[in-house]
Design a protein around this ligand. Structure first.
Ligand code: SF4
Length: 482
């Protein structure tokens, strides 16, 4: 069994009724593994996905959301407010982090959202810990009436290990208590701090997923998948505090661990989330003992060798595209004629986070900027002259439509090129809604083209750039990969 199996079994055993989410590395396979077992859907964006889960919770049905780490940025609004507004049945968010940035647009640590939203965060290390974390998370979510985050990574989902399923029915339908509306917004936050948060802190101290093994005067505190790496190399005379729940931290347990050890190393991915919260001197990322991002066994071994040093020189060189290897547009991509035409125009170009991002690298080197999924239109509207926004149809449905509506409302000057292939090609070919009618109703100058047809694409775009206002070009083609 692997971590993904553990997650699916735990969702089934927890009585979850609906799972929503947005595809992307490393979580796509987790949703696909649900098969026919649990009702699930790919939502157009993560905020909508969490809103559906919360609606289900209000009606007394457990729900879960599956997202990659950047999706946490999108769903953070309902996440933070739901923590104080309270929920009904349990809601769990699987936040798929990408330490080392294998297939993402950035490297960020989803555990920070536990601190921002003041909600519990589990960071399991093995398939067994993942199974138990999910089972615990739903009960805790209902007890403290907040959403609970479980941070997962590709290595955790693919790691092998046994786990025992607990078939004890622990699920009693719990609907939203409308009495919360008697409190003001301030009153809701005050209730949270006097009731929910202290309950979370008490739970952290007794949580069996925080495991303290006392062995000597030097210790390691770790969380997540790196905890299993620590276990494989830790010297016999080193203590180990493996944290399965990282927000809130078990303050009493940690204080005891720090008091009982002369030196303490912190091992965690991706950012020093635990390390920053520890009182006193510990070694970790800020002392150069451990790297930021992905943690490998060799990193832990090196840190153990240097444990008696206060600081370790850690030379970081920024990885170049040449070192990593280029990730160009597919040679048979139907959009190459369109990209080549745009390259010949001397105008600023905003890209997006679907396949359009691949045009940023040589030989095309097409993009001036690309910030997030759905961002191309908004970015191009900020240019100091009329430019082009290249956006996929998934990016448009995800959040790009808001940029288009704003462009129309505020009379911006922009040419929007939509790569309309009906799928999210970058994340595995998931179906995308057809927004042709919606776009045509927003922008009068909307034109559909076949980028592979024998047409003068450069001339067409030049004409649109000369026109006043907004033009949309829907470039329809089939991706040969799907
Ligand atoms: S996956 Fe499809 S749409 Fe994306 S670059 Fe390759 S051929 Fe083009």
């Amino acid at each position: 069994m692997i971590g993904t199996d553990a997650a699916v079994c735990a969702l089934l055993d927890s009585g979850v009724k609906i799972v929503t989410g947005v595809p992307g590395y490393p979580v796509t396979g987790l949703m696909e593994a649900l098969g026919e077992k649990i009702r699930h859907e790919w939502s157009v964006n993560e905020k909508v996905a969490l809103e559906i889960a919360l609606g289900s919770s209000v009606c007394g049905e457990r729900s879960a959301v599956i997202t990659k780490h950047v999706g946490m940025n999108i769903l953070s609004d309902p996440l933070i407010t739901s923590a104080t507004n309270t929920i009904g049945a349990g809601v769990v968010i699987f936040a798929g982090d990408d330490p080392g940035v294998q297939k993402s647009q950035n490297e960020q640590d989803s555990r920070f959202y536990g601190l921002i939203a003041e909600v519990p965060v589990f960071d399991p290390s093995t398939p067994e810990a993942l199974y138990l974390s999910i089972r615990e998370a739903f009960g805790l979510s209902e007890k403290v009436s907040t959403t609970v985050i479980i941070r997962i990574t590709d290595r955790l989902l693919k790691s092998e290990g046994n786990f025992n399923r607990i078939n004890k029915p622990d699920y009693k339908p719990q609907s939203f208590d409308k009495k919360i509306w008697h409190l003001t917004m301030l009153g809701k936050h005050q209730r949270f701090h006097s009731t929910s948060f202290p309950e979370m802190c008490k739970y952290a101290e007794r949580c069996q997923l925080n495991v303290y093994k006392k062995r000597g005067t030097i210790g390691i505190i770790s969380s997540g998948f790196p905890s299993s790496l620590v276990e494989s190399v830790i010297p016999e005379n080193f203590s180990h505090l493996s944290l399965g729940l990282v927000n809130p931290l078990p303050q009493d347990m940690i204080k005891r661990f720090l008091d009982e050890h002369e030196r303490v190393l912190v091992v965690e991915e991706t950012e020093p989330v635990i390390e920053k919260q520890l009182p006193g001197k510990v070694s970790g990322k800020h002392t150069g003992h451990m790297p930021y991002g992905l943690v490998e066994i060799k990193d832990i071994q090196k840190a153990i060798e240097n444990i008696h040093k206060d600081n370790v020189a850690h030379n970081i060189t920024s990885q170049t595209v040449e070192e990593r290897g280029e990730r160009p547009v597919c040679e048979d991509c139907p959009y190459i004629p369109l990209y080549s035409a745009i390259k010949e125009l001397n105008v600023p170009v905003a890209g997006d986070l679907g396949c359009a991002i691949l045009t940023s690298q040589p030989p095309l080197s097409l993009l001036d900027a690309a910030f997030s999924l759905g961002s191309a239109i908004g970015t191009a509207c900020g240019f100091n002259r009329k430019g082009i926004a290249i956006i996929g149809d998934f990016g448009l449905a995800h959040s790009g439509m808001a940029g288009l509506i704003n462009a129309v409302h505020n009379k911006h000057e922009v040419v929007v090129v939509v790569l309309q292939n009906d799928i999210a090609a970058m994340t595995g070919g998931q179906q995308v809604p057809d927004l042709t009618g919606l776009v045509e109703s927003c922008v009068q100058d909307t034109e559909i083209i076949n980028p592979q047809a024998d047409i003068d694409i450069k001339g067409l775009l030049e004409e649109k750039l000369k026109k006043k206002g907004i033009s949309v070009v829907l470039a329809r083609a089939r991706c040969p990969r799907y």
